[in-house]
Design a protein around this ligand. Structure first.
Ligand SMILES: *Cc1c(COP(=O)(O)O)cnc(C)c1O
Length: 381
């Protein structure tokens, strides 16, 4: 993956000068830092970044410059990278299943916050991690709706098991906390409310006062033009629900957004390789590249098409089936996309809001996926 040193004015300036035949991600440090400020100023607690959503070093450095001081990490490699780039940052090792060798690296690197959702993993932590000054957050799950896909399918203890684990964490001398993840691209703020009330019930029933409540990631990005994410309303609801649910025993709050922080800071430009017999569109990027997530969580309709000379295609929208470049038949975007009638071979389709789970999960399958990154002053134009 190439990282350009030049800062371009806009995506079109880059596309006209370079006419790239490989997909390009345009990155706006200004948009990333403004989004980080929006979370830091609005969220009633500590904002940490879920590194997996986009671990590119320019992302980490710009988040740190904007004031992000905590990171949700899931592996020794992520721990080492954050220690190197932001040495003073708090690291929350919130992947609830870890090999003993991975725990040993975390202890050596000074990680003092872990999550857990089972007795067997808590036993491992108790054997390897010194309890003094160290937090263990019990991750629980509820059968609630609202997210694009369900995170409870893999991780999270039931409410009953969470109570047992919380008591055990406190008995072992760790700092007891609770955590949940409502599911990614969670557009219903009521999901957080249900989780926060359940957290208070778990702590009360266990007779344990929790130090912190980590309300997860899941904050939605802007994917469909007419569905605006309600971030500030969600922050306000989280604040109110925490006071209502916990009263005098209100814990400090933590959030760990990935998508919500990074998605808007990137625009993908994919080139039109062919409009086959005037019908199907073939792009040079698809579901094995930066568009991996679309079949799982749906299309993005925030797009525009530009000619190789930079002109915006303004023809009426025509529904098209869109394929990626590989020879695999699943390499197709879900449903159909509305694309301008005057679109041609050699044009670029620009997808907005693609910073999360795109750069990180891009593959080189079938020899494609040579994804470039170009820094721009503005993502529009
Ligand atoms: C992936 C993940 C996140 C980030 O989720 P988003 O939906 O991208 O905000 C946060 N916390 C944990 C534990 C995760 O696994």
């Amino acid at each position: 993956m190439g990282l350009s040193k030049t800062i371009w004015t806009t995506p079109s300036e880059f596309l006209v000068k370079n006419e790239p035949d490989s997909p390009v991600m345009f990155f706006s440090p200004a948009v990333l830092q403004a989004t980080a400020r929006r979370f830091i100023d609005g969220f009633p607690g500590l904002v940490t970044y879920a590194v997996k959503s986009n671990p590119n070093e320019i992302v980490i450095e710009n988040l740190a410059a904007a004031g992000v001081r905590g990171f949700d990490v899931a592996s020794p490699d992520e721990i080492r990278m954050i220690r190197r780039l932001v040495p003073e940052a708090a690291l929350h090792y919130n992947n609830p299943v870890r090999a003993r060798s991975e725990i040993a690296v975390a202890v050596e690197m000074g990680v003092t916050s872990y999550s857990v959702d089972s007795h067997s993993e808590l036993k491992k932590l108790a054997e390897l991690v010194p309890a003094e000054g160290c937090e263990i957050s019990v991750r629980f799950k509820l059968p609630v709706q609202g997210a694009a896909y369900n995170f409870g399918a893999k991780f999270g203890a039931t409410v009953e098991l969470a109570g047992e684990l919380l008591r055990e964490v406190a008995r072992l001398g760790f700092i007891p906390s609770l955590t949940f993840h409502p599911g990614t691209q969670c557009t219903d703020p009521a999901a957080w409310e249900a989780y926060i009330h359940a957290a208070a019930d778990i702590a009360r029933a266990a007779g344990v006062q929790i130090a912190r409540l980590n309300v997860g990631g899941g904050f939605p990005s802007h994917r469909l033009s007419d569905v605006m994410p309600r971030i500030e309303a969600t922050f306000a609801l989280i604040d109110r629900a925490t006071t209502e649910a916990f009263g005098d025993a209100r814990p400090a709050l933590v959030c760990e957004p990935g998508r919500g922080l990074v998605a808007e800071a990137f625009v993908l430009a994919a080139r039109v390789k062919a409009v086959r017999d005037g019908a199907h569109v073939f792009l040079n990027d698809g579901v094995y590249g930066a568009l991996t997530e679309l079949p799982m969580i749906g299309v993005i309709d925030r797009l525009e098409v530009r000619g190789a000379d930079g002109t915006l295609r303004t023809g009426d929208g025509v529904s098209r089936i869109v394929f990626g470049p590989t020879c695999d038949s699943v390499d197709r975007l879900p449903g159909e996309l509305s694309l301008p009638a005057d679109m041609e071979e050699g044009d670029y389709v620009l997808f907005r809001g693609l910073g999360a789970y795109s750069v990180a999960t891009n593959t080189r399958f079938n020899g494609f996926g040579d994804l470039g990154i170009a820094t721009v002053l503005a993502l529009h134009g």
